[in-house]
Design a protein around this ligand. Structure first.
Ligand code: ADP
Ligand code: MG
Length: 472
């Protein structure tokens, strides 16, 4: 037992990097008011650094003694995680260093990875800082795909997307509305649809022949079923949520009343950071009703009860399970296998950018309204880019919109981004690929990698399955 225990990290220590510029510029306040109290209650050992300039986080992780840390947590949007991943990949020990678990607390404008984390744990997209902090404290590392991206001058490592066209235009052109927070994207999209344009270019890709796409899910009309895994109600609920259970879709209504969630000891491991905590709070909802929230943790179980209207209170049914004597050993094995899963080497499907592509690639030359290569389930909390996508499927989802497309169709497609139904639009073509190349013919300025502006021009990417580790 002593030997088993000695294999475990004795004290968890997290490095938190806070970007004061992210989102509406309120990340530091959110961190101090929402995150620090929970970290304090959890008794976790942590250190935080507020970044001082763009690229600071990248510089920090380049020289960090990673052995001192059990994880790096980004308190920002996705851009700061992009910095961290790329800083790590500049290190001489990059293949080992990139296994350092990373996490994210959503204080940015888009918060794509946070949304993906919440979706993967069937958490609601509300009060996201609170929920992501709990997930981060309770979670454990799991493999996450990266994409190695090359342009004429640079090699980058990306965890989210490469975009060219209306999506990247909206992302970058809405930067001037940053102070508005996430609504900046809605304003940006309206402006860009009004001034609709297309770009001529070549799109090439290597299909992932062995990948079987999940059956397209009709979130809008999905019905369920015996008992909703999320709220325990029987029958269909109105609205969209994309929660799946027993191979059926369980739409959860915005008017949902209660959630009763259990994370049992069998599915969590001793990587759990939180020794013990309980917390409760009341919140007045916009409709004037009260939401009481009580959360309690122990070594072996986390229970979350979110009860809208105290009168609907559910009984706390189950007893806390007693600690299982095999748990330490099982969990340690689990961690080891997680690490091994992610230990794949970089393959080289990509020829140099100025060289022709092999004959097993497909190339299309066309006018495009948009090309997005995505590899997370979300591009922001309200853009459900790839429904039901896991973190390490080893595949890129290429979604492109050839021109022409009417404004009406485009608006309808934008309105379906939140549910993920946009991929069923006739104007959107979806390919599952291992690698891609985009070669613009039309001149332009904007292209993004993980929402960050990169030099305009030919760009290509290849999936690196399970290359990084994310705390889920
Ligand atoms: P958002 O989702 O709001 O865009 P990001 O995390 O993407 O938030 O960060 C926005 C940009 O801020 C990124 O390009 C990041 O590199 C940059 N950045 C990080 N730290 C700082 C800082 N201290 N000052 C200015 N910019 C910063
Ligand atoms: Mg950003």
């Amino acid at each position: 037992q002593d030997i088993k225990k000695s294999r475990l990290p004795s004290v968890k220590k997290l490095l938190l990097l806070v970007n004061p510029h992210s989102g509406k510029g309120k990340a530091v306040t959110l961190f101090r008011e929402r995150v620090v109290p929970l970290l304090g209650e959890s008794g976790i050992n942590y250190h935080h650094i507020i970044t001082e300039y763009q690229g600071h986080a990248q510089d920090i992780v380049k020289n960090l003694n990673l052995k001192e840390w059990d994880g790096i947590i980004i308190v920002s949007g996705d851009g700061l995680l992009y910095e961290v991943i790329n800083g790590i990949m500049e290190r001489p020990d990059r293949d080992e260093a990139i296994k350092t678990p990373v996490g994210i607390l959503p204080c940015g404008s888009g918060n794509a990875l946070s949304a993906a984390l919440l979706m993967s744990k069937r958490e609601p997209m509300t009060n996201i800082v609170l929920h992501c902090t709990f997930l981060m404290l309770k979670g454990r590392p799991q493999p996450m795909d990266l994409v190695v991206v090359q342009n004429a001058t640079t090699t980058m490592y990306s965890f989210l997307s490469v975009c060219w066209g209306i999506v990247s235009d909206v992302d970058i052109e809405s930067e001037k509305f940053r102070r508005l927070g996430p609504p900046r994207f809605t304003i940006g999209a309206a402006t860009r649809i009004a001034k609709l344009r297309s770009y001529r270019g070549k799109l090439s890709f290597l299909k992932a022949e062995d990948y079987v796409a999940q059956e397209a899910i009709d979130f809008q009309n999905g019905t369920h079923v015996d008992e909703c895994c999320f709220c325990g109600l029987n029958g269909a609920h109105a609205g969209n949520c994309g929660i799946k259970s027993q191979n059926s879709v369980v739409p959860i209504s915005a008017e949902r009343r209660h959630y009763d969630r259990h994370y049992s000891s069998s599915s969590d491991s001793n990587e759990d950071i939180l020794p013990h905590m309980t917390r409760s709070q009341s919140e007045i909802l916009p409709n004037g009703r009260t939401m009481d929230r009580s959360l309690s943790y122990s070594d072996h179980l986390m229970r979350v009860d979110l009860l809208e209207d105290s009168s609907d209170t559910l009984k706390m049914g189950d007893e806390l399970p007693s600690p299982n004597s095999n748990q330490i050993e099982l969990s340690t094995d689990e961690i080891r296998s997680t690490q091994e899963d992610g230990a794949s080497e970089e393959r080289h499907l990509l020829p140099p950018l100025d060289q022709p592509l092999p004959s097993n690639w497909t190339t299309i030359e066309d006018d495009f309204v948009n090309i997005s290569a995505v590899y997370q389930s979300h591009l922001s909390t309200d853009v459900h880019s790839w429904p039901d996508h896991k973190f390490d499927e080893g595949v890129i989802c290429l979604q492109y919109i050839p021109a022409p497309i009417s404004r009406k169709n485009l608006i309808s497609m934008f309105l379906d981004l939140e549910s993920g139904l946009h991929i069923k639009h006739s104007g959107v073509i979806v390919e599952y690929v291992k690698a891609f190349r985009i070669e613009p013919i039309t001149s332009g300025e904007i292209m993004t990698v993980d929402g960050e502006l990169v030099p305009y021009g030919p760009i290509q990417g290849e999936i690196l399955p399970g290359k990084a580790r994310v705390i889920v």
